[in-house]
Write a protein that binds this ligand. Structure first.
Ligand SMILES: Nc1ncnc2c1ncn2[C@@H]1O[C@H](COP(=O)(O)OP(=O)(O)OP(=O)(O)O)[C@@H](O)[C@H]1O
Ligand SMILES: [Mg+2]
Length: 369
């Protein structure tokens, strides 16, 4: 989809910002460019849509050398979220989103419908937002508008230059999660710039690590973490490499699903009979089959042999989702001081539980990977 062949960019003052870069991006791939400030990320990105011209080398988009493509045609196929968002201050949000549709001479109705659809897509209320000016929005809302604007004419390729930079960690994480859901539906080819390794790991099919205008390593996130190519990459990843790997394991990969299930009316005496050295706990269901908690020997003292397990079982203090990264689930469990979390699927159905035993599986899992 996008191919860089010996690309070098030398600025007029003689500074070489990008130095003989080669890579190939597949259709539908999510590529993250990462590296220290000034390493050439923005320059690399702007050469893809022709905003900066390479000094030497060739770039192919969809098999065509961009030197032979009308820049206006090229940019129609490439959505661009620029660093610092770049909304026009004197235009309303609706006008900002409509910049490219207007160039394409879309009629008013089609443009308005598309703007509404996009604002909803990025989690903003069209009625409340469209008539406002950028200065009336928060940083996070502006970032969302920036993403909506880049998606306006539904381009197959998106270039995103630190689109979630300069946000507080909570808003940032929220926007990242929403963007992951959005990308699952859109399946665009994305080139995304960040200097946050956690963000790169969260999104990337492959990560391109740059330093001083050169590519230092290009690989899948887990390969970068497990096999950094040199000391620059090791330093760049930082000291919590092992924990970063936990972000790449999903809860569903290690959750326990073969649990013993008992009705909440079962007595403690009956459950004692069912437990043994191998099966140390049971999950407790209500009349409708919904799992309401878990019970094991240490809970028995809360009642007598005649108590029903529904009265004394422990409820889940942490709810997690099948597709959630294990790192987040573990952090929630530590924060709440619990060894058990309920795992639910996208529809909210209980599908298993996460216990500290599952983390043993992770250790094996990562070693085998
Ligand atoms: N027009 C220019 N003339 C001369 N040098 C430039 C020009 N534009 C950028 N540079 C230099 O080229 C290098 C790469 O810039 P670039 O904007 O690509 O960095 P970046 O990796 O995106 O950094 P950041 O993370 O800070 O956004 C920097 O050292 C920058 O100072
Ligand atoms: Mg930049």
């Amino acid at each position: 989809m996008i191919k860089f062949e010996h690309i070098t960019k030398k600025y007029p003052n003689g500074f070489v910002a990008v130095d003989d870069v080669n890579f190939h991006i597949e259709e539908g791939e999510f590529i993250v460019l990462i590296g220290p400030s000034g390493c050439g990320k923005t320059t690399t990105m702007k050469m893809i849509n022709g905003l900066i011209e390479a000094t030497s080398g060739n770039i192919y988009v969809n098999g065509e050398n961009i030197k032979n493509v009308n820049p206006y045609e090229l940019r129609r196929k490439i959505g661009y979220v620029i660093q610092d968002i770049g909304l026009m201050p004197h235009m309303t949000i609706a006008e900002n989103i409509a910049v490219v549709p207007k160039l394409l001479k879309w009629d008013k109705k089609k443009t308005e419908e598309r703007s509404r659809e996009l604002l909803e897509l990025v989690g903003l209320s069209p009625d409340e937002t469209m008539g406002k000016y950028p200065k009336q929005l928060s940083g996070g809302q502006k970032q969302r508008v920036g993403v909506a604007r880049a998606l306006a004419v539904d381009p197959p390729i998106m270039l995103m230059d630190e689109p979630f930079g300069a946000l507080d960690p909570i808003t940032r994480e929220q926007l990242q999660d929403e963007f992951i859901r959005l990308q699952k539906k859109m399946k665009k080819t994305i080139v995304f710039v960040t200097h946050d390794m956690d963000e790169a790991i969260k999104f990337a099919d492959r990560i391109v690590i740059m330093n001083k205008g050169k590519i230092v390593q290009i690989a899948k996130p887990l390969d970068i973490l497990q096999k950094p190519s040199d000391s620059f990459v090791t330093d760049f990843i930082g000291s919590d490499n092992a924990f970063k790997q936990l972000s790449l394991v999903k809860v569903e990969e290690v959750m326990k699903t073969d649990n013993l299930l008992v009705s909440k009316n079962t007595t403690v005496a009956e459950v004692k009979q069912m437990l043994n050295a191998k099966v140390k706990e049971a999950l407790v269901q209500d009349e409708s089959g919904e799992v309401i908690g878990h019970i094991r020997a240490s809970h028995f003292a809360k009642g007598t042999d005649n108590s029903s397990v529904g009265e004394i079982c422990a409820s889940y203090k942490v709810e997690t989702f099948a597709e959630e990264p294990l790192k987040k689930a573990l952090a929630d469990m530590i924060e709440k001081g619990t060894s058990h979390a309920a795992v639910r699927d996208a529809s909210g159905k209980f599908i298993g539980q996460l216990t500290m035993d599952c983390f043993q599986k992770v250790v094996n899992h990562l070693a085998e990977w």
